[in-house]
Design a protein around this ligand. Structure first.
Ligand code: SF4
Ligand SMILES: [Zn+2]
Length: 313
């Protein structure tokens, strides 16, 4: 593990930022339907709505989600309006993700006054997935009751269980916080998915893979049902500064394949590799596309596939 340079503080992270993008609280940042393998092993269409709302109050070292957020809380009614806007254009699906670039149960982000109207719009789905920080679960049981009979799943960032990396990610969370959140959710029948970083800052390629797998193991032991592996990337200022200081390098496509393949072998739950913007990880014209295709097929079929061979690299 590399030495820490510079010292990571909230002030330092904020000082590295560029400007935010301009966003409109009347419309979501994005909405689309994508294919995802279900916990039963079937491929199904999932609607994802990226809600426009107030920035998360935390300042994680690797986070770039603040770029498409507002400085102030959105007015009551804006979030249900955004959901209407998205659902009116999307094909029908059984699963919907309401991702708000932060914490769904942060009332400065999603006004409590909107919960009933949100529930009215998503109750007909089989499953509703929201994201939040493990220490921001205020009212989660109530929201689950409101959306019934839809099943709630909560997505939380575990990021990395590396004992030095997790505090440096400025997530303001301990592993006990994560485990306690899982126990609380599972205790009331809410399922959990989590995000795990592949090669966060301060780890070399090999360590980045090893700790992703250890984090996966921790997550499944805590009762997580689906682990989404996220290749760590630049894009928020802080990560560029760490890269320039030799404290961060993005993972290779080969590592994405290896970690996904190993993670799937245990069969403890779903393991997915996030392929969003994967072109930024391309290094070899001969095999990049084939590696991505292998990852895509492993995501889809939830089993390891023969390794990619490349004469060039
Ligand atoms: S808790 Fe999530 S949204 Fe908030 S800063 Fe951290 S990674 Fe970003
Ligand atoms: Zn190659």
């Amino acid at each position: 593990m590399s030495d820490l340079l510079p010292t990571i503080t909230t002030r330092w992270i904020l000082d590295q930022r560029g400007p935010k993008n301009s966003v409109d609280p009347a419309i979501p940042n994005g909405y689309f339907v994508e294919e995802e393998v279900s916990s039963q092993g079937d491929l199904e269409a999932v609607a994802t709505i990226l809600l426009t709302n107030r920035e998360c109050p935390l300042r994680c070292t690797m986070c770039d989600l603040w770029k498409n957020t507002t400085d102030n809380s959105v007015r009551p009614g804006a979030i249900p309006g955004q959901i209407d806007h998205a659902l009116s254009s999307l094909a029908p699906t059984a699963v919907v993700k309401l991702y708000n670039s932060g914490n769904f149960f942060d009332r400065q982000a999603i006004p409590r006054a909107d919960w009933e109207e949100i529930a009215d719009r998503v109750r007909s789905f089989r499953q509703v997935i929201v994201e939040t920080h493990p220490r921001m679960l205020d009212g989660v049981e109530e929201f689950q009751s409101l959306i019934a009979p839809a099943q709630l799943q909560v997505a939380m960032g575990l990021e990395s269980i590396h004992p030095q990396v997790l505090p440096r990610l400025n997530k303001q969370m301990t592993l006990d916080d994560f485990s306690s959140a899982c126990a609380r959710l599972l205790g009331v029948g809410i399922t959990v998915r989590c995000f795990i970083l592949l090669r966060p800052p301060w780890l070399n390629e090999k360590e980045g893979c090893q700790w992703a797998l250890k984090s996966l193991d921790f997550a499944f032991s805590a009762g997580v049902e689906c682990c989404s592996l996220v290749p760590t990337r630049v894009g928020n200022g802080a990560m560029e500064a760490l890269e320039a200081a030799g404290q961060f390098s993005p993972p290779s496509l080969r590592s994405m394949e290896t970690v996904l393949s190993s993670g799937l072998r245990d069969g403890r739950g779903r393991v997915l590799m996030d392929l969003w913007d994967v072109e930024r990880f391309f290094r070899c014209p001969d095999c990049d596309q084939r590696r991505v295709e292998r990852v895509r097929q492993m995501n889809r079929h939830q089993r390891s596939l023969p390794p990619t061979k490349c004469e060039a690299c």
